[in-house]
Each structure stands twice: as C-alpha cells, then as structure tokens.
Design a protein around this ligand. Structure first.
Ligand code: APR
Length: 174
C-alpha cells in the first residue's frame, strides 16, 4: 500500500525520486517554490523547460511535464501548473488542482518512481485556500493510489508553513 505523509521541509533538499514544482505555464521559473527549484537545480532544468515549450507550447493549467533535477538530490522534477484562485469558478479550480496531482503521479509512475514529494500547489501566489487545497490534494492522491499506484510507494506532502502542516496532519490523522 502507498504511504502518504506530511512533513515541514524545503522540497529542494529531498532525496526522493520525484519532486513536484508549482510552476507557471511559461516554465521559465518564478518566485516561491518554482524559484527555489530553479536556483537549487541550476540551468539544466531551464534548458529542458525551454525545449519543452518550444516543442509543445506553454503548459496548460492542470497538466505536467518532467525534467532532470539538475544539481538537486532528487531524481527528477515534475512541473505542473495549478489554478489561480478566483480566475475560474470553484468547481473548475478544484478539478484543475486535482488534475495537477493526478498528472504528476502519472509521470512519476511512467518514470518508475517509488517516491514523490509535492509542495502545496497553488496555495502561495495563486491564493487557493489552504485547507480546501489540502483536502483536494489528499483526495486526488488517495484516489490515484487506490486505482493503480504502479511503482509509487510513498507520497510526501511537503509543507513550508505551519498552517499547511496542521491542515495536512489533521486530514491525514497523523
Ligand atoms: N519548499 C517547499 N514549499 C515551498 C518552498 C520550498 N522551498 N518555497 C515555497 N513553498 C511553498 C509555499 O509556502 C506555498 O505553500 O509552496 C507553496 C506554493 O506557493 P508558490 O510557490 O507561490 O506556488 P503557487 O501558489 O502555485 O503559485 C505559482 O508562483 O512563483 C510563481 O512561477 C510560479 O507563477 C508561479 C506561481
């Protein structure tokens, strides 16, 4: 059975098979966790992102792509684009956020990953309410691992602030 856990950490330091980036459609980096990942991983990540955008265009919200993790200890980075709260109705925002988690897990499984770590997608600059985002994330991941987790043995929700950690620990009952 796949293990779900929540920790407080900087996702760039984790030696897991896949870390997920809360990117934007340009894949060119930004602030928050996106900036931290590009800074820690170095220019190889950006080079791969440029090639992906040249080939396929900007990454739509809810979708994901995979690159090297550059200089970070993780094996790969999955870049996904969460919804910006307030730009679509609540149902659509929830569907798009759930799709980020599912699309990322699909790529992790295709890469034969055993461990994947997610940041709290959309809960920073994109202003998705934190508790609702945690509920959506845990539900989407639980449904996905219940279907066919493939090689994925552990899913870590990486919280960068106390509010998120409290919500995740409460919802995961840990
Ligand atoms: N490790 C783990 N989590 C982090 C880190 C880090 N090093 N840095 C920030 N976070 C957390 C934030 O505290 C927040 O809970 O990641 C969560 C997501 O916040 P943002 O990074 O602002 O991402 P998001 O809300 O999805 O907005 C995406 O921000 O910088 C831009 O390019 C990015 O345009 C995109 C937008």
């Amino acid at each position: 059975m796949t293990r779900l856990e929540a920790i407080e950490a900087d996702i760039t330091t984790l030696a897991v098979d896949v870390i997920v980036n809360a990117a934007n459609s340009s894949l060119m980096g930004g602030g928050g966790v996106d900036g931290a990942i590009h800074r820690a991983g170095g220019p190889d990540i950006r080079d791969e992102c440029i090639a992906i955008v040249e080939r396929h265009g900007p990454l739509p919200t809810g979708r994901a792509v995979i690159t090297t993790a550059g200089r970070m200890p993780a094996g790969h980075v999955v870049h996904t684009v969460g919804p910006v709260w307030g730009t679509v109705d609540e149902h659509e925002a929830v569907d798009l956020l759930a799709s980020c988690y599912r699309s990322s897990l699909d790529l992790a499984r295709d890469a034969l990953a055993a461990s994947i770590a997610f940041p709290n997608i959309s809960t920073g600059v994109y202003h998705f309410p934190k508790r609702l985002a945690a509920e959506v994330a845990i539900q989407a991941v639980s449904d996905w691992v219940g279907d066919d987790p493939g090689t994925v043995e552990s899913v870590t929700f990486v919280c960068f602030d106390r509010d998120n950690l409290v919500f995740y620990r409460d919802l995961l009952r840990i």
